[in-house]
Ligand binder design. Structure first.
Ligand code: SPQ
Length: 451
């Protein structure tokens, strides 16, 4: 295992980056996209508070998951790596974290901030969680309100945003909480706080959301009870170190699923993709649109289902997206909007108001970018209507949102002219190496940096 990277190498770049995407092309060959971001975050958090040594492979070396890794190093956890996705975490046990001696900067990462707010509410020390401009504008009352009901004391700005001042409490009490929004981050935050609470903590979700926290807790030997619509843990137990394999991120694979579907003559194999049924909405939606996606060799990797995905280009048609699939594809809508822009007829998305509070307002920013490229896209309060047709060349602004930048890069495959995409540096938060991997299978992207 290689030496630990110094913290200065792991922080978000202050340089601005732009993508210049040539029009046309097709995607061929095979690739494995980097490790799942959601699972990578959780592997650090649970490995850190487990008893014993946890070994992880396939860890995402992106800025978001590295922000979580750094936070735990700052709280006294010895972590070897990352070295080509490999990590060794020397767990300190549930009560072994130490005060970091200054604010924890979580960069662009909502998952780090919301999950850590739960985990750190039950510690015997106070801590401040801060982030970049985007993260500092995202709603945090969705976690601080229920944590307050458990007895936590957390200060926010008047707008309910970060920085979060967590005054550690050894006296959390379990609650039975019905979440007003379908959010895996809120659910996970409360379950992690529940590990430190007296009695039982239960969460009820209005719709099923990604269940990586529950699966991983079980993998670390911590009992999680599922009854009717409730997910519950009892505080005071311990986690036992284990070995974890992080599958390739279906949210990163989504750009290539869409790219191969829309670019005539494409045949692309995506290897070892996470196929958790709470995350596979993108495949189900693309298939409803007529995409040709074969699921090959479905198997299990460390408690998570994985498979290889073979995609052939196909003629797509516009659809009304079924509302029950929305939480299962919530991060993939920027890419799916590009699929809709290349489909015959109209695609209608509703029930996705959560897209407005991600790293950017993903409804407005995608609608603006599509309009710049001549696509008929009508944003609504909770979704979008998109009429498929040609995509022109032009210039779009990703507003520092990694998923917007990569979605417009894929649009180049269908576009009639070159697409310039501004503010692409945050692609490194979830998909380091995107440009090289994409160019390796047929995209033509030139990345430039300015100070
Ligand atoms: O971590 P962050 O910044 O919130 O990342 C995003 C993303 O697109 O990468 C959201 F913008 O993913 C979230 C996702 O939308 C990751 C996540 C998780 O790991 O639990 C859950 C989802 O958020 P939410 O608010 O629906 O719980």
């Amino acid at each position: 295992m290689g030496a630990a990277a110094p913290e200065s190498e792991l922080t978000t770049s202050s340089k601005k980056s732009r993508f210049r995407v040539k029009s046309g092309g097709r995607l061929t060959g095979s690739l494995r996209v980097p490790g799942d971001k959601s699972i990578s975050h959780r592997s650090i958090m649970l490995g850190a508070i487990a008893e014993g040594t946890t070994r992880i492979s396939g860890f995402l070396e992106g800025e978001d998951s590295l922000a979580t890794l750094n936070a735990f190093r700052r709280m006294g956890v010895e972590i070897e790596g990352p070295d080509r996705g490999g990590l060794v975490i020397h767990g300190v046990g549930a009560d072994g974290l130490k005060a970091p001696g200054g604010p924890l900067d979580l960069g662009n990462s909502g998952t780090s901030m919301r999950l850590l707010s739960g985990l750190l509410s039950g510690q015997g020390f106070g801590v401040t969680l801060s982030g970049d401009a985007s993260l500092s504008g995202r709603p945090m009352r969705r976690v601080t309100d229920p944590l307050g009901l458990m007895g936590a004391s957390i200060g926010t700005t008047a707008a309910g945003t970060a920085p979060l001042e967590i005054h550690g409490s050894a006296n959390l009490k379990g609650i039975d909480y019905r979440m007003p929004v379908a959010s895996a981050q809120v659910k996970s935050c409360l379950l992690l706080a529940g590990l430190y609470a007296e009695g039982e903590t239960c969460v009820r979700e209005p719709a099923i959301t990604r269940d990586h926290t529950e699966r991983m807790l079980a993998g670390f030997g911590y009992p999680v009870r599922h009854s009717a619509d409730r997910i519950c843990v009892t505080g005071g137990g311990s986690l036992k170190a284990c070995n974890l394999e992080v599958p390739a991120d279906i949210s990163s694979a989504a750009f290539f699923l869409v790219g191969a579907a829309i670019a005539e003559g494409s045949e692309l194999l995506l290897e070892h993709v996470g196929m958790n049924p709470t995350r596979d909405g993108v495949i189900r939606i693309l298939r409803l649109m007529g995409a040709d996606i074969e699921i090959l060799d479905p198997r299990d990797a460390g408690g998570e289902p994985v498979a290889d995905l073979l995609v052939h280009a196909a003629k797509l048609k516009g659809i009304q997206i079924p509302p029950d699939l929305v939480p299962l594809a919530i991060d993939e809508f920027p890419a799916l909007f590009i699929a809709a822009a290349c489909a015959d007829g109209e695609t209608v998305l509703t029930g996705a108001e959560e897209l407005r509070v991600k790293e950017s307002d993903r409804i407005q920013v995608m609608a603006d970018g599509l309009a710049q490229l001549g696509v008929e896209a009508m944003p609504t309060a909770d979704g979008m209507r998109i009429r498929g047709g040609p995509i022109n060349g032009g210039r779009v602004d990703s507003h520092g949102d990694h998923r917007i930048a990569m979605s417009f890069a894929i649009a180049g495959l269908w576009a009639r002219g070159e697409i310039l995409i501004d503010d692409c540096e945050n692609v490194n938060t979830s998909f380091p190496g995107f440009v090289d991997l994409a160019c390796g299978v047929g995209l033509s992207i030139e990345q430039t940096w300015e100070t």
